[in-house]
Design a protein around this ligand. Structure first.
Ligand code: LLP
Length: 442
């Protein structure tokens, strides 16, 4: 089966250049670190486009596919514009994500709004900006949405988010499709929701069902099973209510290669399983082939991103570990401390040097858990060396914080030896911009 970009650990353009430094998108990473300072997020446009094209090619044989990118993985205006230019729509989960893609010029008909507790203001914004689908998560939202839509004299197009009862082997916090989940209608609640839509909520137009089974998934069979559940439900709802639903959204979840131990299936393998399951189950349950929505996040953006850091202090614990500290950590990449996530890295200014020692890369934040990489083999390290951590495109900047009142890093886009800032570094004034001292304290 053809390889795909999500199976790579590093961006497709990663090279060692004539100066002996790592380069991505034709840009020397040491020069980028010098020009923009560190920590620095770098996104390789070619890798990003390559993943989008893998997905499109992989699903080309199924006629009705709506590719959407789950913007929670990384949501910036520039990356949204690139992904939109590859023909993708967007799965959004907040007013902030909806606003970002809107401002990036995305066709809002291709945007879906998802989430387990969308606010009144967010639903209003979604309707006002004309998002194409709202994935309704629960009874409270159904009633709220109908009320808002009625007040605007609008009919809103929705999917119902359901919990298909599938467990996949991924970190507990990133499983979402099993029965005891905060997301979506339980299978036993679907009929009541449908009855409400048919009989009471006249401003809601139901198109289909939506599920998501988890993230960083390596198994393909779970998608097969998920599709069977969704198709079976469409057939059942047709039989019971005469309802011709023609859309299923199977969520995202395809994994990426953070370390050499991760062997994610290719987009082609996943597409193969999904399309086979669809064709098989459509026949088995006797319904017309539905439009398929998929909404991967991590596998679209992760591989295109790396983060650059500068080494500073180090500490050799007597008869213990050697800690080498970088100028970032858990505020720009919370994944190691939240999920024990592992990353691989190289020193950008000496990628070829002999691996001379095992060290632990420590972040600069004030807690012991702020460890970026445990026990990694690296060359001798000098202060000022640049560390390049791979596969940081997804769920790094999007989950970044200002912990310890540290500014979030800036982000540059690289392509064809050119680099452009796509997210500016925060300034100290940005950090206090929203602070207010009440007059009585002055
Ligand atoms: N659709 C829905 C409804 C989702 O909940 C998610 C992710 C996606 C799509 C995209 O899944 P992906 O293709 O990225 O796996 N912060 C965690 C990941 C949380 C994923 C939550 N839902 C992490 O850093 O691993």
């Amino acid at each position: 089966m053809t390889e795909s970009t999500n199976q790579l650990l590093k961006p497709v353009t990663t090279k060692i250049n004539d100066e002996g430094n790592l380069s991505i998108g034709g840009c020397d990473l040491v020069k980028l670190a010098d020009q923009y300072s560190t920590p620095l997020y770098v996104i390789d446009e070619q890798t990003l486009r390559s993943v989008c094209r893998d997905y499109k090619n992989a699903f080309a044989s199924y006629e009705k596919v709506n590719m959407m990118y789950a913007s929670k993985a990384l949501c910036t205006m520039a990356t949204s514009a690139i992904i939109a230019s590859e023909g993708f729509g967007f799965d959004t989960v907040s007013g902030g994500e909806i606003y970002t893609v809107y401002k990036a010029g995305v066709d809002m008909k291709k945007v879906l709004f998802n989430g387990n507790n969308k606010s009144f203001d967010e639903l209003n914004l979604a309707i006002d900006l004309g998002v194409g689908r709202i994935s309704v998560d629960n009874f409270f939202e159904l009633s709220l949405l109908d009320e808002i839509a009625k007040s605007k004299n609008e009919i809103v197009d929705v999917l119902l988010r359901i919990t298909p009862g599938i467990e996949c082997h991924t970190h507990e916090y990133i499983q979402t499709g099993h029965l005891d989940s905060k997301f979506g209608f339980d299978l036993t609640q679907i009929d009541e929701a449908v009855e409400l839509i048919l009989n009471q909520y006249k401003n809601i137009n139901l198109h289909g069902l939506h599920a998501h089974i988890g993230s960083q998934i390596f198994e393909t069979k779970v998608y097969h099973d998920e599709i069977e559940i969704l198709v079976k439900e469409l057939a059942r709802l047709d039989e019971k209510f005469g309802l011709k639903l023609d859309e299923i959204n199977i969520g995202g979840g395809l994994g990426v290669k953070y370390t050499e131990n991760d062997l994610p299936p290719s987009t082609f393998e996943i597409a193969d399983v999904i399309i086979k399951s669809l064709n098989e189950n459509v026949k088995k349950y006797g319904i017309q082939p539905p439009t398929l929505f998929i909404e991967p996040g991590r596998s679209i953006i992760s591989t295109s991103g790396v983060t650059l850091y500068t080494f500073g202090s180090s500490k050799q614990v007597p008869k213990g570990k050697k800690y080498v500290a970088i100028d970032g950590g858990m505020s720009d990449n919370p994944r190691p401390s939240m999920y024990q996530a592992e990353y691989r890295a190289q020193i950008a200014n000496k990628p070829d040097a002999e691996l001379a020692q095992t060290v632990t890369v420590a972040g600069r934040f004030c807690e012991s858990g702020d460890i970026l990489i445990k026990d990694i083999n690296l060359p001798e390290i000098e202060e000022g060396d640049i560390l390049c951590v791979f596969n940081t495109g997804a769920y790094n900047y999007s989950m970044a914080s200002n912990y310890n009142r540290v500014q979030k890093p800036q982000m540059v886009l690289v392509n064809n030896s050119q680099s452009d800032i796509i997210v500016k570094r925060e300034t100290l004034d940005d950090l206090i911009a929203k602070d207010v001292i009440p007059d009585r304290l002055k």
